[in-house]
Write a protein that binds this ligand. Sequence first.
Ligand code: NDP
Length: 296
Amino acid sequence: MAATIIEGKKVSARIRKELKPRIAALKEKGVTPGLAAVLVGDDPASQTYVASKGRACDKLGLYSEIILKSAGTSQDELLDIVRQLNENDQIHGILVQSPLPSHIDEMTVTLAIRPDKDVDGFHPHNVGLLLLGRPALISCTPFGIIKLLEHYDIDPEGKEVVVVGRSNIVGKPVAALLMQKGRTANATVTVAHSRTPDLAEVTRRADILVAAIGRPEMITADMVKDGAVVIDVGINRVEDAGTEKGYRLVGDVAFEAVADKVSHITPVPGGVGPLTIAMLMTNTVTAAEILTGIDS
Ligand code: NDP
């Protein structure tokens, strides 16, 4: 295997460490950054994500509230919870874990969150600022991808970047970040999706390939240019009777074969995933700084 493995855990640990003086400065002024995570329903993956966000807060000394509601919770009840959190001075960041049950409209809920507490960066206000090149709270996974590139001195300037996937939470914002004027940006970005006729022809052009598809090991070695940087966002459960849980996690990239021909690659797990939580912590601290006017 020739590639450098991009170690998300290591980068995530560095980012958390760098947050400590900012958290200490807030605490000195009597402010403990606080995150509220609301989970509706009993989706096991969502439960795992929310629990790990709570643990990450604990480790950094942030305040956190995890609000668990049954799948039958109405949209109005959820909106009431969000409104209370908007007004709660102990809470600087609010996230409502997706997916929500089908009777709840995710956009209505996103719109109800105060933009300055929107630590997921999903509110149209924050999406708009990102597109305008004036980002405030940046969607965590795309923000984490930028941090990974920075850490490994991979400068996208002038490079061909191909993002496979155009979701509002990963594909579109990561494309917007990489095409911006500025540091760790200035790339020529192509966004591919399920209607792209010859995906391999597009992905082979990429100096930096970001796969955010949700299809296990779909990106194969023949779809990747020699020496490319490959960022695998996908988290897919595939059945594996040989494991205790009966499944294992794989990315959207066929890791072993692709790692043989690229310069850098993120593993799954342990690549992008740890950054998503580190950037959520970062956004919570940033939101606390902005809301209180306290800046280290
Ligand atoms: P979505 O399902 O919202 O979007 C998937 C995108 O992939 C869509 O734009 C879709 O195209 C495209 N796509 C699907 N099939 C193909 C195909 N055969 N060829 C080309 N494009 C295709 O997923 P998300 O963006 O929310 O998530 C993507 C993956 O990343 C998932 O595995 C998810 O679990 C993971 N994830 C990981 C995170 C982390 O922290 N590491 C955080 C968030 C997500 P179209 O628009 O045409 O339908």
